[in-house]
Ligand binder design. Structure first.
Ligand SMILES: Cc1cc2nc3c(=O)[nH]c(=O)nc-3n(C[C@H](O)[C@H](O)[C@H](O)COP(=O)(O)OP(=O)(O)OC[C@H]3O[C@@H](n4cnc5c(N)ncnc54)[C@H](O)[C@@H]3O)c2cc1C
Length: 349
């Protein structure tokens, strides 16, 4: 079927949904409260499912063309702050990394995108066949449709992240009780980093000195990154997740991306799942006779999978930063290295 839709939010999820619906012949307007798309952002690792969704939306090759494929084998792993390897990982297939601003601008090409337009009340969007809530972790659409009990909840962790120039001698994550530090390639000449603490709220700047105080005595790869971090490039925020919803659709309103399933970032999957949501929504509505049928099919295809992913991601963060039992965990990792190598290959970082 075809119809007209309003998409609230022009993040990865909103733009993917807009593209996919447009492809199916829908008339779509995207309302974005910000004045423009972001010009800066860190690199996102694209999982095969996300690349397949981009192919379905007709922009897979464009994204691959703009992405950095880290083609040489990347040796990463899980380590302790002292540098002991708990699990080693090797990715020989090449990792496809794309910067968030680049991904957004490719998705936005040809989309009817209206900046500076904050949707105050989704119930006021009368007269459209479909409202797509793609308004992120703190989605008003989610609250309006499902109630305040589905407000995003803090995960009890904070993150700092950014990109530094140059490659690093070793990638991967370093796990300690209550803290972790991750480093990934971001391209031939840059590296992504992220640091987490199991603390609530946010910390006041300056952040670089604080990061050096906490992580400055950790293994060499971490200290290499710390030396290159520039204060003004640090992103810092508290981590939240959305409680599992009973449905991703209600009436003619549907949720995609973080609005539907905002998850802890420890599997690096949120943006990839938002792309898969968008493609699935377009396909389901294109194949359906009514909006209700299309949204039921979308909910069926996406809710269980993404809620399972969110639970896994939360558990991964807890495992990484566990304060009790970490000695036993590290011992078990050593004993079960091959099993963990399999699990580790499921991760985006
Ligand atoms: C530390 C960290 C690391 C991550 N790393 C990765 C990774 O490596 N790989 C990966 O796949 N994912 C990663 N993610 C997750 C990923 O960033 C998100 O899942 C993804 O950006 C969600 O996209 P979205 O479009 O659903 O929401 P958002 O990107 O939050 O977009 C929502 C949009 O809606 C707009 N909006 C909100 N309210 C309104 C309103 N009322 N009216 C109009 N506009 C509105 C906002 O301005 C915004 O533009 C990470 C997340 C974090 C926190």
């Amino acid at each position: 079927m075809k119809g007209n839709a309003v998409v609230v939010g022009s993040g990865v999820g909103g733009l993917a949904a807009a593209r996919a619906l447009t492809q199916q012949g829908w008339s779509v307007a995207v309302y974005e409260r910000s004045p423009a798309l972001p010009r800066t952002g860190t690199a996102l690792g694209m999982w095969p499912e996300a690349l397949a969704a981009l192919d379905e939306m007709g922009v897979g090759d464009k994204v691959r063309g703009a992405a950095t494929r880290v083609s040489e084998a990347v040796t990463a792993g899980l380590r302790t702050p002292a540098g002991r390897t708990l699990v080693s990982m090797r990715r020989d297939g090449g990792l496809c990394l794309v910067s968030r601003p680049t991904l957004l601008s490719i998705l936005a090409d040809g989309v009817d995108l209206r900046f500076g337009h904050k949707v105050e009340d989704q119930r006021g969007l009368a007269g459209v066949d479909l409202v797509v809530g793609a308004d992120g972790t703190f989605s008003d659409t989610r609250l309006t449709v499902f109630g305040a009990q589905f407000a995003a909840r803090p995960l009890g962790a904070v993150v700092w992240r950014g990109t530094v120039d140059g490659t690093v001698s070793s990638y991967g994550e370093t796990w300690a009780p209550g803290a972790m530090f991750g480093i990934t390639p971001a391209g031939p000449g840059s590296s992504n980093w992220y640091a987490c603490l199991d603390a609530g709220g946010t910390f006041k700047p300056p952040h670089r000195q604080h990061l050096r105080d906490v992580f400055g005595s950790w293994r060499s790869g971490v200290t290499e990154v710390l030396e290159r971090i520039e204060e003004e490039s640090i992103l810092h925020h508290e981590l939240f997740e959305a409680p599992p919803l009973p449905s991703y659709a209600s009436g003619n309103t549907v949720l995609v991306g973080d609005a539907a399933h905002s998850m802890a970032p420890f599997l690096g999957r949120g943006a990839c799942e938002a792309l898969v949501d968008g493609a699935a929504l377009g396909r389901c509505l294109g194949n359906a006779a009514t909006v209700a049928d299309g949204l039921a099919a979308y909910d069926h295809q996406r809710r269980t999978k993404t809620q399972r992913m969110a639970a896994m991601s939360r558990r991964m963060g807890r495992l990484a930063m566990m304060r009790r039992g970490f000695v036993a965990r590290n011992t078990a990792f050593g004993a079960a290295g091959s099993v963990l190598r399999l699990g580790a290959s499921l991760r985006g970082h």
